[in-house]
Design a protein around this ligand. Structure first.
Ligand code: HEM
Length: 399
């Protein structure tokens, strides 16, 4: 084997496999926490074709705030040149901005607030369905159903397709599904989106797809490809995130009696609880593609390399948050990047916060205290969007 003496040396090296490190499956946040404690602020790992990883808030923010050097065009590591464009997440400036401007009005808080009564109805309906049983597997019974219903209604999918959607979503995000099956599922989702776009083109309704189909974008209508790309991203972004946030949050609340009591007795504090749980249990590690030789926090990195930004590291940095391992409501500021930072900061942030707040409020009111079922082994999914795969909960049914 010949060694290329002119190839840049990538160091420091610290091995970390964000997709399949066995420790991630057993204790996801504990493993990321150990990484923060033991790895350099910027390091190279040979896993998954080789890439950089950052572990300090400064380094993470530097990457996220400089899309000119750190591109979003490949949202996977290793980069996949065949990955479909995901508007607006996989676009860089200047292409990104007009699409973001187009979508922003539909996701601002004043557009989202009117959805609250419907979101509350969904939360009540799903929680009522399990309340009398005194137990449930949270992810299956609630976590995965709640955001699917909200998304379908907002986007304009007929609710009689709920079972198809939920089954597709659950299988699509299952880590055990092989690439061929995931491709079939992708085609099913794209097929459902295409049908919906056609139906709304012919007969507009009061939903987001109808609005997007008929809206003006830079003096023209959006193309079918653009509409599908936006729809597919919303599907991925909106459905596999709220469920995970709720599952991590409920796991913590089941074990933290003091915080749970506050959730039940002081519902006005629930938005602060949501934010602090997002900080402590951030679950997205986002990739960027390096477009030029440059530095991250003083470490030399090279054009054509990828860098993984575990967003956890921002909310866990001692320089920004005192005692970051503790979940506390008395912090003057809750600083984190669970929803990203910079131009790609989550567009669904108001919707996600509203869904979570309404869900915890409804749970506190209808169920109150709860605990984890004894003897269960928790299994986590690593990767870019991390998840708790199942969570068995129990409570005393109210009579
Ligand atoms: C707890 C729930 C959620 C979390 C933690 C979350 C997290 C994130 C993160 C970290 C990013 C930035 C990714 C990057 O920089 O590469 C992002 C972007 C995005 N999210 Fe969310 N998300 C959530 C819910 C939602 C929902 C409900 C929707 C909409 C239905 C949504 C739509 C989007 C979109 C469209 C983008 C791309 C924005 C852009 O590129 O300008 N998200 N999200």
């Amino acid at each position: 084997m010949s060694i290329d003496a002119s190839a840049p040396v990538r160091e420091p090296v610290h091995e970390f496999d964000y997709l399949s490190e066995p420790a991630l499956a057993e204790d996801l946040h504990g493993t990321y926490w150990k990484l923060k404690e033991s790895a350099p602020p910027v390091f190279w790992t040979h896993a998954n074709g080789g890439h950089w990883v950052v572990t300090s808030a400064d380094a993470a923010i530097e990457v996220l705030r400089h899309p000119d050097r750190f591109s979003s065009k490949f949202l996977s590591i290793p980069p996949n040149p065949n990955q479909p464009r995901m508007i607006p997440e996989s676009l860089d400036p200047p292409e990104h901005r007009p699409y973001r401007q187009l979508l922003r009005p539909y996701f601002e808080s004043k557009a989202i607030e009117p959805l609250e009564p419907r979101i509350r109805e969904w939360a009540e309906r799903l929680i009522d369905a399990v309340a009398a049983e005194g137990r449930c597997e949270f992810v299956d019974a609630l976590g995965s159903r709640f955001p699917v219903s909200v998304f379908m209604e907002m986007f304009g999918f007929p609710l009689d397709q709920f079972d198809f959607f939920r089954a597709t979503v659950v299988e699509y995000f299952n880590a055990q599904v092989n690439e061929q099956r995931r491709m079939e599922l992708t085609m099913q989702i794209l097929g459902a989106l295409t049908q919906l776009i056609e139906a709304r083109r012919a007969e507009p309704q009061d939903d987001l797809v109808s609005t997007l189909v008929h809206t003006d974008f830079e003096g023209r209508k959006l193309t079918q490809d653009e509409l599908i790309s936006i729809g597919f991203l919303m599907f991925l972004a909106g459905l596999d995130t709220v469920v995970n946030a709720l599952a991590f949050g409920m796991r913590h609340l089941a074990e933290d009696e003091a915080l749970r009591t506050r959730m039940i007795e002081e519902p006005a504090r629930i938005p602060a609880i949501v934010e602090e749980l997002m900080r402590r249990y951030t679950f997205v590690s986002t990739p960027r593609y390096i477009t030029q030789d440059t530095e991250i926090a003083g470490t030399r990195v090279y054009a054509g390399d990828s860098v993984l930004v575990p967003l956890h590291m921002v909310g866990w940095d001692e320089k920004l948050t005192k005692c970051p391992a503790e979940v506390r409501l008395d912090r003057p500021h809750c600083r984190h990047a669970a929803f990203g930072s910079g131009i790609h900061t989550c567009l669904g942030i108001h919707l996600a916060r509203l869904e979570m707040t309404v869900f915890y409020e409804t749970w506190a009111r209808k169920i109150g205290h709860f605990r984890m079922t004894e003897g269960q082994m928790l299994h986590f999914r690593g990767g870019s969007v991390q998840a708790l795969e199942a969570l068995h909960l129990e409570w005393e049914p109210q009579t």
